[in-house]
Design a binder for this molecule. Sequence first.
Ligand SMILES: NC(=O)c1ccc[n+]([C@@H]2O[C@H](COP(=O)([O-])OP(=O)(O)OC[C@H]3O[C@@H](n4cnc5c(N)ncnc54)[C@H](O)[C@@H]3O)[C@@H](O)[C@H]2O)c1
Length: 667
Amino acid sequence: MTDIKQAILAGIPSELPPKKQYDTTVSHAPNRKDILTREEKKLAIKNALRYFPENLHSVLATEFAEELKEYGRIYMHRYRPDYEIKSRHFEDFPHKSKQAAGIMMMLSNNLDHAIAQHPHELITYGGNGAVFQNWAQYLLCMQLLAEMTDEQTLALYSGHPMGLFPSHKDAPRVVVTNGMMIPNYSKPDDWEKFNALGVTQYGQMTAGSFMYIGPQGIVHGTTITVLNASRKIDSTAKDMSGKIFVTAGLGGMSGAQPKAGVIAKGVCIVAEVNPEATYKRHEQGWVDEVYKNLDELIDRAVQARENKEAVSLAYDGNIVDLWERLVEREIHIELGSDQTSLHNPWAGGYYPVGMSFEDANDMMANNPEQFKEEVQKTLVRHTKAINTLSQRGMYFFDYGNAFLLEASRAGADILKENGDFKYSSYVQDIMGPMCFDYGFGPFRWVCASNTEKDLEITDKIAGEVLEELMKTAPKEIQLQLQDNINWIKAAGENKMVVGSEARILYADAEGRMKIAEAFNNAVASGVLSSPIILGRDHHDVSGTDSPYRETSNIYDGSQFTADMAIQNVIGDSFRGATWVSIHNGGGVGWGEVINGGFGMMLDGTKDSERRLKSMLFWDVNNGISRRSWARNKEANFAIKRAMEMDPNLKVTIPNFADDTLINKLNL
Ligand SMILES: NC(=O)c1ccc[n+]([C@@H]2O[C@H](COP(=O)([O-])OP(=O)(O)OC[C@H]3O[C@@H](n4cnc5c(N)ncnc54)[C@H](O)[C@@H]3O)[C@@H](O)[C@H]2O)c1
């Protein structure tokens, strides 16, 4: 047996392992604020000691007290394993259940140093998106997965493995809950407190559900967004060619914009105020050219548009300077957005115009009040330029970064007379009605063999399935299908795999089921060398209730409910998911969203075929039925089509009240 297998089977070592040095070459989570009272700190340490035999308590209690003081959390750094944690061939993990081995592979990928943002604090992305709270939970979870059979289910409470419980082979092997709180205890500081106590964690979306696949997901999502944004101004546009998209931000997620713009065949201009971020993205090949001179940049963009060239141009400077120069020169811009981190405006998410990056950082640290004023003045100018270009025909959308909210707080001219924002968000206008309401969402898969060869085969299979569906697709969904056919054909060349051999595309219920069935057949016939693990982002049709993002295009008041996400996870769990997860938190904050997902291993058996058909049908149509009930006409179309396909589906269809009747009522 390999050392890794032995180490996993040993679980939490019975002897005290040597203390670990703090590794400065690895990115670490910020130290969390000191939020616990003295009594609560004692409780946090007692809680942490539950994982260890009493003879080790005197050493560990002191050490955990130090960690709590230093980092604001107890990570149990001493227990971090010495072997490299990464995605491997699933059979390289010790196991009795193949499904459990697949789950070990996926969770290991989420902690791979090439993938995870702060791997030593078990954080995958988003600053706080945790896979586990501490290393004892990791070790115990891996050991239990290695021991479990297909007659058991592991209950994971916010990273804590509560244990293996007898179940049956059709049950999920793991049920994950992250950050589930009594609703009144779901404010940001509640996360700080209860996470420090070691009783809950922030799982973000795909971090705590083991389904994160690196930057590929965001590149694909951004590509789909800009393609569909092009159609807001040109309904038959095949792609973004001959259009200029202006935006800001070359950071974590925003750095995907130029790559997506080029994949969509357009001209993408991105302003980035931090030269380090700009040149890093340039070196990585995510942006083609960098300009310091605004006029040279603009001339290059206009020329590229004329030539229908696909190119990305970075402006090494402030976005407001760029927008204002475009206004002055009366340059027509087709598409505009913004991905500065305005969800965090006072601590470096958004930089004021008219000063250098260094001076702004200095002011932020030494004169935060003036910094705040400068940010707000900049937002007013930013909005004014966008308003002018929009009046001249630009289509502008909010990219889920709180631009509209912060601009309104700054007193910018961003509200209509009725108090609504002048512009829509990307989900309200694009993702919701053009994708989610039809069932199109971020379907993904991972090759359990972890080989490039298998991934290539799956790309080919998925492309063929989509092309077959295209032959009979109604016109309403043809463009969506075509985008994903183009994407999957170029996916290998675009070389976006980091970590496990994974792929993403957007498909509707029928597409997801047909692709999954074709994969299962290919596993059965030996065309694929080993099973395929299906999953999806939580940012999808049915998995997420989030009133300002995924469900922001629900207008019947139910956007503030979370029944859909809960129904979804329960429904997936008894229809054959290999694991399911439900989380509080995610991109928009603790208490602001409930989101869930699944993983499903396709091992080529008839059982797998039965499960995939049953579960994927529900996993998409649950959300479509709710969107249809909310009177979304695209979802109404999609659910009627789904009922025609399966006579066992009988969804309650809304009647539409006439507004003139309602408006006449004496209320
Ligand atoms: N991409 C998506 O699909 C998506 C979805 C939802 C929300 N978002 C939101 O997008 C925002 C960006 O995310 P991120 O991970 O890239 O954040 P990030 O902080 O890593 O990157 C933002 C970048 O904007 C730059 N910036 C700030 N002010 C600027 C200015 N005035 N001019 C030019 N550049 C400026 C910063 O230097 C930084 O590099 C977040 O608010 C996030 O929540 C993105």
